[in-house]
Design a protein around this ligand. Structure first.
Ligand code: G3P
Length: 217
C-alpha cells in the first residue's frame, strides 16, 4: 500500500519524506488556503520534495474550464496529478485527461456508483472520503469495500486512494480491504509506528544493556 501525505506544509512534508516512507502528496483548496501561499508555487515546491504523485486540485466547475486549469497544473511538473471533483463536468474532464494521458485523482467520492463512473472514464485514482462519511453516521470502510469489489469484478485499473483519514485504524482497515493508497494528515503518520509497548520495551532493553557495561562499537 502506498502512503501519501495530505498536506501543503512543505516543512512537514520535507521532514516526513526524509523517512523514505512517503510515496506521494495530496492537496486540496482548503489545504492551499491554510498554507497562505500561491498554489502554483506550493505545488512546484512539493513536486521537488517528493518524486511521487502530487495531486493538485482544479477550482473550476465546468468541464472546459477544468481541462484548461488541469493542463496548467499538469505543466508544473511531470509528477502532478490533476485532482477533479466527482461531478458530471468532472467526469467529462476526467475522460479528456485520460485521452491525453494526464493522470487524474477524482475526489469527493461518497458512493460506489460515483467510483464506478470514475473508473469508466479512466481516472488514475478515486478518492473516497472515509472520515467525512463516518462523521455523518455511515461507515466509510463499507465504501472502500464496495469499490474494491466493483473494481475487481471488472478489472478496472483505477487505484483506490482512501482519503479523509482520521486515525491509524482507518489506515489498517483500508489496508486489510485492499485500498491501493491511503492519504494521511501528517499527525496520523506518527500513529502508524508509535506504540507504548515499543517505548516501554526499549526503555527496559536500554537499561539492561547499560548494566552490562558493554559497547557494540
Ligand atoms: O484531501 C482530501 C481529504 O483527505 C480531506 O480530508 O479531513 O478534510 O475530511 P478531511
Amino acid at each position: 500500500m502506498q502512503i501519501f501525505l495530505d498536506s501543503t506544509d512543505t516543512k512537514v512534508i520535507a521532514d516526513l519524506a526524509s523517512t523514505g516512507l512517503v510515496d506521494g502528496v495530496t492537496t486540496n483548496p482548503t489545504l492551499i488556503a491554510k498554507s497562505g501561499r500561491p498554489m502554483l508555487e506550493v505545488i512546484a515546491e512539493i513536486c521537488d520534495l517528493v518524486p511521487g504523485p502530487i495531486s493538485a486540485e482544479v477550482a473550476a466547475t465546468t468541464a472546459d474550464a477544468m481541462i484548461a486549469e488541469g493542463k496548467k497544473l499538469a505543466a508544473i511538473a511531470p509528477n502532478v496529478v490533476v485532482k477533479i471533483p466527482l461531478t458530471r463536468d468532472g467526469l467529462i474532464a476526467c475522460a479528456a485527461f485520460a485521452d491525453e494521458e494526464i493522470k487524474t485523482n477524482v475526489t469527493l467520492c461518497f458512493s460506489a456508483t460515483q467510483a464506478l463512473l470514475a473508473a469508466k472514464v479512466g481516472a488514475t485514482y478515486i478518492s473516497p472520503f472515509i472520515g467525512r462519511l463516518d462523521d455523518y453516521g455511515f461507515d466509510g470502510m463499507d465504501l472502500i469495500r464496495d469499490i474494491r469489489a466493483i473494481y475487481d469484478n471488472y478489472g478496472y485499473e483505477t487505484e483506490i486512494l482512501a482519503a479523509s483519514v482520521r486515525h491509524a485504524a482507518h489506515v489498517k482497515e483500508a489496508a486489510i480491504i485492499g485500498a491501493d493508497v491511503v492519504t494521511i494528515p501528517p499527525a496520523v503518520f506518527a500513529e502508524l509506528y508509535k506504540h507504548p509497548l515499543t517505548d516501554k520495551g526499549l526503555e527496559q532493553f536500554l537499561k539492561d544493556w547499560a548494566s552490562t557495561g558493554q559497547s557494540i562499537l
